[in-house]
Design a protein around this ligand. Structure first.
Ligand code: MEV
Length: 312
C-alpha cells in the first residue's frame, strides 16, 4: 500500500492570464488530498466504486500517464473543498501520480510529476497553465514567468507559451479565504475566457494588464509593502471581473471584506468558488464572510508540497 498527499493552493495574482503565458503567483495551503493505493482485484475501484471515466477523468488520465495496466484499489481523503478555487483537482492529480509512481516502485523526480500533472489537467480542462499543479508539487510560494529568474525549478512550453516555474519567498502576511459555496469547475471558465480572448483585442489587453499587475505585485511582495499588494489585488480583481469570471456572491464577499483588508480578490477560476483577502484582522474578515453567507478558511502557507506518506 502506498499513500501520497499533496496540498491545495491559492492564487495571489494572475489566474486566467497565466494560461496565456503571463506571470502568476500562488502559494500552497495546509489543506491536502491523500491518495491511498494498492493493487486491486479484477477492476480498478476508487472509493469502493468502479472507475468511471466521466466521474474520474483525472485518475483515468493519470493511470494512462504511468502506463499501468493492472487493476488498482484507490481511496482518496481530502480536507480541501472541491470547485472552490483552492486547487483540489491539481492536488488530486498530483497525489494520484505520486502514488501511482510509488506503486510501480519508481523513484520519480518532482519535476516529472509536476509535468505529468500539468498534462493531465490540460487534457481534462481543454487548456490550463502549470500554476496549480506545480504549486501542489513543490509547496511554498510559486512564481511563474516567461523569463528565467532566480530560484528557477523547471520550465515547460506548450505551443508558443513558455512557463518558467520558480520558488519565491513571501513576507509575513495573513490571508483569509471566503468560499461562496458555489461549485464552479475550472474547465468551462477557462474555455469562456478563451472564447473572449480569441474574439477580440480588448480581452488580450486585459490579459496583458493582468500580467503587468502581477509583476508589480511581485515587487511589492519583495518589498513587504502590503498596502501596495492589497491595492494590486483589488486591481487584479477588477480586471478578472472585466473578463467575466466574477459572480454576484464573489462581488458581495470581496466588497464587504475590503473595509478591513489591504485588498480582496477572487482566487482561482472564479464563477463562484472563492475569494481571498489580505488583512491584519483575519477574525474580523472571517466573521464578515460568514455573515454574508460565505465559508471562511484561515490557513497557513504550506512549506511542503507533494509528500510520500507511506511506501510499500
Ligand atoms: C485555476 O486555479 C487557475 C486558472 O488560471 C487555470 C489554470 O491556470 O490552469 C484559471
Amino acid at each position: 500500500m502506498v499513500c501520497c498527499s499533496a496540498p491545495g493552493k491559492v492564487i495571489l495574482f494572475g489566474e486566467h492570464a497565466v494560461v496565456y503565458g503571463k506571470p502568476a503567483i500562488a502559494l500552497s495551503v495546509n489543506k491536502r488530498i491523500s491518495s491511498i493505493m494498492s493493487w486491486g482485484d479484477k477492476k480498478t475501484t476508487i472509493n469502493h466504486m468502479e472507475l468511471d471515466e466521466e466521474k474520474q477523468p483525472f485518475l483515468v488520465r493519470a493511470i494512462e500517464k504511468t502506463n499501468i495496466k493492472k487493476p488498482l484499489s484507490v481511496t482518496t481523503e481530502s480536507d480541501l473543498p472541491s470547485g472552490a478555487g483552492m486547487g483540489s483537482s491539481a492536488a488530486l492529480t498530483v497525489s494520484l501520480l505520486g502514488s501511482l509512481h510509488a506503486l510501480k516502485e519508481e523513484d520519480t523526480e518532482n519535476e516529472t510529476i509536476a509535468e505529468e500533472a500539468f498534462d493531465v489537467e490540460y487534457d481534462v480542462q481543454g487548456s490550463a497553465s502549470p500554476i496549480d499543479t506545480s504549486t501542489s508539487v513543490h509547496g511554498r510560494a510559486i512564481f511563474i514567468s516567461d523569463r528565467e529568474e532566480k530560484n528557477l525549478l523547471w520550465s515547460i512550453s506548450k505551443g508558443d507559451k513558455l512557463w518558467n516555474i520558480h520558488h519565491m519567498d513571501l513576507p509575513d502576511m495573513k490571508l483569509v479565504i471566503g468560499h461562496t459555496g458555489i461549485h464552479a469547475p475550472t474547465g468551462p471558465l477557462v474555455k469562456m475566457v478563451g472564447e473572449f480572448y480569441n474574439a477580440n483585442n480588448f480581452a488580450k489587453e486585459v490579459i496583458d494588464e493582468i500580467g503587468m499587475v502581477v509583476l508589480k505585485g511581485k515587487k511589492a511582495l519583495n518589498n513587504g509593502d502590503l498596502e501596495e499588494v492589497g491595492r494590486l489585488m483589488n486591481k487584479n480583481h477588477k480586471l478578472l471581473r472585466i473578463l467575466g469570471v466574477s459572480h454576484p456572491r464573489l462581488e458581495s464577499l470581496v466588497r464587504a471584506t475590503r473595509k478591513h483588508s489591504y485588498g480582496s480578490k477572487l482566487t482561482g477560476a472564479g464563477g463562484g468558488g472563492a475569494m481571498i483577502s489580505l488583512t491584519d484582522k483575519p477574525e474580523k474578515v472571517a466573521d464578515i464572510i460568514e455573515k454574508r453567507g460565505g465559508e471562511p478558511y484561515t490557513f497557513k502557507p504550506s512549506k511542503h508540497g507533494m509528500r510520500l506518506e507511506e511506501k510499500g
